[in-house]
Design a protein around this ligand. Structure first.
Ligand SMILES: [Mg+2]
Ligand SMILES: [Zn+2]
Length: 204
């Protein structure tokens, strides 16, 4: 690993749809937010192990005029409310509202935050004092894996959401550190990892 900076915390950067909650296409009502049954346990375990938890999600439905920014924030508020109740609160929510061909002019165009571009992780690292090189990225698409690689993090593809489909369509030359069935299996892998120096010692 490149220069370890122990003054900054390691994080787990998590995709949202298809990774933490069921991917319903463009989520457009808060009551459609359905977490996978293991998600709260997984997040709580990662948090207890000392990782910052950060959501990084492309929400191009905003650029396409399908959903409002306020709605995305409402969904994150609801997700946070549910996670707080079980001691698994997220430390930061980052979303990209842009799309290169969006119909909403304000959000149309190339940007530094749309995955696999690293903007959301760069912002979170600065805002929250995180060390991407000691961090993990978990998601159900290759763009999530590529995001991790763009910032020097370790990447896990999960087979939930689009993951199983994506696994069958690996881009030529695409590397991934691990493929796991779901977020709880990815969590077990992270907690058992001895390769990276980091917060360990699960409290019980
Ligand atoms: Mg996803
Ligand atoms: Zn963006």
């Amino acid at each position: 690993m490149a220069h370890i900076d122990s003054s900054r915390r390691p994080a787990v950067f998590l995709d949202r749809d298809g990774t933490i909650n069921v991917d319903v296409g463009y989520l457009h009502a808060v009551d459609q937010l359905e977490l996978f049954p293991w998600s709260t346990d997984a997040l709580r375990l990662l948090k207890r192990a000392g990782f910052a938890l950060v959501i990084v999600t492309n929400q191009s439905g905003i650029a396409q005029g399908l959903i409002a920014k306020g709605f995305v924030e409402e969904v994150h508020g609801e997700l946070q409310r549910r996670l707080e109740m079980v001691g698994a609160a997220i430390d930061g929510y980052y979303y990209c509202p842009h799309h290169p061909m969006g119909s909403v002019e304000k959000f149309r165009g190339d940007c530094r935050c749309r995955k696999p571009n690293p903007g959301m992780i760069e912002d979170a690292a600065r805002d929250l004092g995180l060390d991407p090189a000691r961090s993990w990225v978990i998601g159900d698409k290759w763009i999530d894996v590529q995001l991790g690689q763009a910032v020097g993090a370790t990447s896990i593809l999960v087979r939930t959401g689009w993951g199983a489909f994506q696994e069958e369509r690996r881009p030529p030359g695409q590397h991934v550190d691990a493929v796991c069935d779901n977020l709880i299996e990815a969590t077990a892998l992270i907690l058992n990892d001895t390769r990276l120096e980091g917060p360990r010692g699960l409290e019980t």
